[in-house]
Design a protein around this ligand. Structure first.
Ligand SMILES: Cc1ncc(COP(=O)(O)O)c(C=O)c1O
Length: 436
């Protein structure tokens, strides 16, 4: 029977199923498995095989993975400046606005200079014309980071050409796009390197985790050295992550709306550090918390492997819901996502545009107990990120700023049932028929 206190939610550990929770419980009482174990290598090998790349090196987040890639590409202190040498502080990194601070901070932590390229209003990915302009304006651009926003691949044919013609190191941000492909080639396999995220709201999740991938053997060697040098997070941090699915599944979600008990418990757990937050306050100021950059602990590799084994099941479910939303929202005021031929998305979220997006999200929550997605309400999320510290100049990426006001996302994850999807559509249609 449906629990009426449990919200329909796009967030709050969306991928966690009973077997994941039981696995986390099992690990909680086996601390000797938390750090050391064979599963780290198994995950890395399975992942590399799946992508068809030579090397996959795990870290405790997408953030740490990107940091490791940029660090591995950096010049050694004794190197002097010259063509083709490593990255140096102050070098420009081109990346898109309409993202989260987790994809900017690794560059800032290495004293690199983010240059924001605007995104496209239609597909939320980097705008190619603006990219060309920014390359001309910013002469010493060395790196191009391409985000496959919400799981829709970017136009990799054009991007690879642009990167090659301008001597830019191409890195793919595949935090949203595990399983997505462009003309039959999986995202993460186009550039010098790519990285994936297994954080709580991603395609698969182990609360905190990620991987850097590459076919370049000298880059891979440096990544492995960095994995070793960073070391693993401490036992308390690992425990926080193991508790996350357990507390959410058994305590927080079932009573989330019962006089807000679940919500209060979640906030209490985060204040008392029983659970970790997805974003540390320091990151909103461009600073680095002490648990980054780190290697992936074995316990989280075990959770990630379990989720990875369900990738096809998750994908089919996401696609089914995506198609359902698409069908039901046809001929409404919602501007719907388009999937051009040759693009296979991961369907992480179903993102639509509507002039009253923020009001819809607010009403869905306050009137219907439906938590819709608000990725992203500012050009660099979350909303309280210090944009100056991110080197973002207001009005420099107008499309990103417009989208921040006009997008909302619908959930496609495995815990959304057909009935839930029906309720979401019912609410959106009712909203429309009331003349909104
Ligand atoms: C687009 C994008 N890039 C990078 C990241 C960083 O991943 P992680 O949360 O695993 O550090 C995230 C998620 O936070 C993201 O959404």
């Amino acid at each position: 029977m449906k629990n009426k206190f449990k919200p329909i939610s796009i967030s709050l550990s969306p991928n966690v199923e009973k077997d994941d929770v039981l696995l986390a419980l099992n690990l909680l009482i086996r601390p000797w498995k938390w750090k050391q174990g064979k599963e780290i290598k198994i995950l890395e090998n399975e992942f590399a095989n799946y992508l068809g790349v030579k090397y996959a090196v795990s870290f405790n987040s997408g953030r740490s993975s990107l940091y490791a890639i940029l660090k591995a590409l950096s010049a050694s202190p004794e190197q002097s400046r010259g063509e083709g040498e490593g990255l140096k502080s102050g070098d420009n990194v081109l990346l898109q606005a309409f993202t989260c601070n987790a994809s900017i901070n690794p560059a800032l932590w290495l004293a690199l200079n983010p240059i924001y390229v605007d995104c496209n209003q239609e597909n939320f990915n980097m705008d190619i014309d603006d990219l060309k302009k920014k390359i001309i304006i910013n002469k010493n651009s060395r790196v191009l980071i391409i985000q496959h926003t919400f799981g829709l691949p970017a136009n990799m044919k054009e991007i690879v050409e642009i990167a090659e013609n301008n001597n830019l190191i191409l890195i793919e941000d595949c935090a949203h796009s595990l399983g997505a492909s462009y003309n039959g080639k999986l995202t993460g396999t186009f550039g010098k390197a790519g990285f994936f995220s297994f954080s709580r709201d991603k395609v698969i999740s182990c609360v905190y985790g990620g991987l850097a991938v590459t076919n370049d053997s000298s880059l891979a060697k440096k990544l492995l050295q960095l994995q070793d040098k960073f070391g693993q997070p401490n036992l308390f941090w690992i425990m926080q992550q193991l508790l996350h699915p357990i507390l959410l599944y058994f305590i927080i979600l079932p009573v989330y709306n019962f006089f807000n008990l679940g919500k209060i418990f979640l906030i209490f757990s985060q204040i008392t550090h029983i659970l970790s937050k997805a974003v540390h306050w320091k990151e909103k100021q461009g600073e680095m918390p002490d648990y980054f950059p780190k290697a992936l602990p074995n316990a989280l590799a075990i959770l990630a492997l379990n989720q990875f084994s369900k990738l096809d099941k998750f994908y089919n479910h996401r696609k089914k819901l995506f198609d359902y939303y698409l069908e039901k929202l046809k001929n409404t005021k919602f501007v719907l996502p388009e999937t051009p031929q040759g693009y296979k998305p991961s369907y992480l979220r179903f993102t639509v545009r509507h002039p009253n997006a923020h009001k819809i999200i607010y009403d869905a929550w306050h009137k219907e107990n439906i938590l819709l997605g608000d990725w992203y309400t500012t050009p660099i999320a979350p909303f309280d990120t210090n944009l100056k510290k991110m080197h973002y100049k207001e009005e420099s990426c107008l499309n990103a700023e417009i989208l921040a006001e006009t997008t909302l996302n619908l959930p496609t994850h495995i815990n959304i049932t057909e009935k839930d999807a029906e309720r979401i559509i019912e609410f959106l249609k009712k909203y429309e028929s009331n003349g909104n």
